[in-house]
Design a protein around this ligand. Sequence first.
Ligand SMILES: Cc1cc2nc3c(=O)[nH]c(=O)nc-3n(C[C@H](O)[C@H](O)[C@H](O)COP(=O)(O)O)c2cc1C
Length: 204
Amino acid sequence: MIAGMRRLIVGLTGASGIVYGVRFIERLSDLKEVEIHLVMTDAARITLSQELGMSQSELATKVAVMHNLRNIAASIASGSFVTAGMVVVPCSMNTLAAIAYCQSNSLLTRAADVCLKERRPLILLPRETPLHLGHLRAMVAAAEMGAIILPPVPAFYFGPKSIDDLIDHTIGKIFDQLGFGHSLFQRWGEADGSEERRDKPSRG
Ligand SMILES: Cc1cc2nc3c(=O)[nH]c(=O)nc-3n(C[C@H](O)[C@H](O)[C@H](O)COP(=O)(O)O)c2cc1C
C-alpha cells in the first residue's frame, strides 16, 4: 500500500442498479487516495453486462486489485489485512441474507464477515421492492451486528436535474458514512440564498 492511502473493499452483487457500484468506484478513483479492492459475484457480472454493457475486465482497469470471488485465501479474507471497511453496492437480497446469517462461503461474504468481526465499517446498499418479512429481518440482523443499511433511496430536496444527480446523491451518502469529503450534492442548509442564511451576516 502506498503511504497515506486507505484500502477499501467494494463488493458488487447481482441486484439491479449496478451503476451505483460503478459510479462509486469512479468517484473513489477521483480521490486518488483510496486503494480499491473489488470483488464481484457471478450475478453482478450479468447485471454489469445487461444494465451497462460493461465487462468485468473493463471494470478491473479502474481498481487496484480485482479479487476472484472463489479465492477464499485472498488478502481481504483475513482480519490481519487492514482496511477502512467495505461497501456492498448494490446488495442483492441473496448476499444480504448470507451476510446477515454469517454464511462466509464466498470471498465477498467472507470479507463482509471480517469487517463485522473486526468492527470495521460495513455499508450495505440493499435493492429490492417490495420487501417481504425475510428481507426486512435480514436487514435488522445485519444492522444489529453493526452493518450500516444504506438503501439507494433518492432525495429530492437538493433539486436533482438528472439521473446522474440522483446517483451522485447516493454516492455522497456513502462518502459521508466513510468520512470522505465530497461535493456530490448540495447539502440542506448550505444552499445560497436559503432562508436560514438570509438572517446571517455574509461570510464574504
Ligand atoms: C437484471 C437483473 C436484476 C435483478 N435485480 C435484483 C434486485 O434488484 N434485487 C435482488 O435482490 N436481486 C435481483 N436480481 C436477482 C439476483 O441477481 C439473484 O438473486 C442472484 O442469485 C444474486 O446473487 P448474488 O447475491 O451472488 O449476486 C436480479 C437479477 C437480474 C438478472
